[in-house]
Design a binder for this molecule. Structure first.
Ligand code: NAD
Length: 449
């Protein structure tokens, strides 16, 4: 058992802290947000992740995890301190490292025994060298401190499972002492450990994330071409996926990637390349394709309809993907304002993301349109002229195609997640536009070009 502190209780920090406790370590999670800490102490998770709350309660009751804003108490006795604070995008595309720097300084000024500082946040290559130097510059006591890189690969929506059953743990260290300590921390997980140097670990995170982003943008690019030449992207993906060199995962076309990672990590790597006099053309293309893809459905609908003004528009799905309440870089944040500017009367439904979205777009008049939140899919669809599906929540997939025809004023559906078979929608009498597939056009409706 080791005494661990975790700085930041977001998706990465909280899940890591809880999983370390589950593996028998003594964990203190630190956050600057007092409300979050009070919530966590009462057994409530500030974020939505399957199984998280149950593990929080179990380990809190067992005395293996605690939550605090008192970083001094948490850091001074820790064997290792994990940093999981945000590294958001700055206007120029670079990563904002100010949260990391704040924690680094707090650590330097408080630790009273030898300690390994482990950066879990996604940071540009070379950052950990600087963090280590920074800590040494501000160190208040004569202790040994080293910095290790331990990038996180969890996916929101399955964060606990991904942490407990990770395909690999990447540890980037510059000494045997650091490597051994990190290996001891991860030993109880029984997972493969890939041990590399610090800069390689930092690069692995970006290279892996950006590769996935590229895969998505590539499929979206091919999907757009499929529409033009009469091929079907789902059949194409199926055929491609049999090749083990390609793999069958991450081949779904849609309305682009969002979330807190792919958008900022592609931009940050592009920025790092430019800073080093190199143009990372592949990643730049992934960014460009994604930008256009996010409003693909809106553009299609604008061509099809004479106006959106005064139309009741059902928006199904607000979060950037299912299984999370996270809205960061979600397609909804691009499309809802465009629809409102055009005067649409929006009825949005999301199983967990509506409350956060309503803080940004409260109920009532907005721009030229109006924003409302429905408490069910049926309420959103009732009397709607158009429906946009933006997130692939399981409960949307379970809606029978006939429901759209029965409930909507005009059954016109724009599906950014390809949830339905085109022929099923056609048979149900729904006009259906999706990504990379031929549309289902109802009788008597002219296909728009
Ligand atoms: P987040 O924004 O959800 O959480 C960050 C937390 O840090 C917040 O609760 C904030 O209050 C807290 N914080 C800020 N300053 C602090 C300080 N000085 N001391 C203690 N707490 C402080 O962030 P996240 O989504 O968990 O991401 C964190 C990092 O992990 C980022 O670099 C991100 O790129 C990376 N990452 C995220 C994911 C993901 O799916 N979210 C996956 C892999 C890697």
């Amino acid at each position: 058992m080791l005494r661990l502190a975790v700085a930041g209780t977001g998706y990465v920090g909280l899940v890591a802290g809880v999983c370390f406790a589950e593996m028998g370590h003594q964990v203190t999670c630190v956050d600057i947000d007092e409300n979050k800490v009070a919530l966590m102490k009462s057994g409530v998770s500030p974020i939505y992740e399957v199984d998280l709350e149950q593990l929080m309660r179990k380990n809190y009751e067992a005395g293996r995890i605690d939550y605090t804003t008192d970083y001094v108490a948490a850091y001074k006795e820790a064997d290792a301190i994990f940093i999981g604070v945000g590294t958001p995008e700055q206007p120029d595309g670079s990563a904002n490292l100010s949260y990391i720097a704040t924690v680094a300084r707090q650590i330097a000024e408080t630790i009273e025994k030898d300690c390994l500082v482990v950066v879990k946040s996604t940071v540009p290559v070379g950052t950990n060298d600087k963090v280590e130097q920074f800590i040494h510059d501000f160190l208040a006591h004569d202790v040994r401190v080293e910095v290790a890189s331990n990038p996180e690969f969890l996916a929101q929506g399955s964060a606990v499972h991904d942490t407990l059953h990770a395909e690999r743990i990447i540890i980037g260290t510059e000494s045997e002492w650091a490597q051994e300590l990190l290996t001891r921390i991860y030993e109880p997980f029984g997972l493969p450990i890939v041990s590399v140097n610090r800069r390689s670990a930092e690069m692995i995170k970006y290279a892996a994330n950006d590769f996935l982003a590229l895969k998505i943008s590539y499929m979206n690019d091919i999907a757009n071409l499929c529409e033009l030449v009469g091929a079907d992207i789902q059949d194409v993906a199926k055929g491609m996926g049999f090749d083990p060199r390609i793999g069958s995962k991450f081949l779904n076309a849609g309305i682009g990637f969002g979330g807190s990672c792919f958008p900022k990590d592609t931009k940050a790597l592009d920025y790092l390349a430019r800073q080093n006099g190199y143009e990372l053309r592949t990643v730049k293309s992934a960014i460009d394709v994604n930008k256009d893809q996010k409003t693909m459905l809106y553009k299609k609908a604008s061509k099809r309809l004479i106006t959106l003004n005064g139309l009741k528009v059902a928006v199904l799905g607000l979060t950037f993907k299912p299984g999370t309440d996270d809205l960061r870089e979600a397609a909804s944040l691009e499309n809802v304002p465009l629809l409102l500017e055009q005067g649409a009367d929006i009825f949005a439904y999301d199983p967990v993301g509506a409350a956060s979205f309503a803080r940004l777009y409260p109920e009532g008049p907005c721009a030229r349109g109006h924003m409302s939140y429905a408490s069910s899919i049926e309420e959103a669809l009732d009397g709607a002229n158009v429906c946009f599906i933006l997130t692939e929540w399981g409960e949307f997939r379970a809606v029978a195609p006939e429901t759209y025809r029965k409930l909507m004023r005009t059954p016109l559906v724009y599906d950014g997640r390809n949830l339905y078979a085109v022929d099923d929608m056609k048979d149900a009498g729904v006009e259906y536009h999706s990504i990379g597939r031929k549309p289902a056009i109802r009788e008597g409706v002219k296909e728009s070009r």
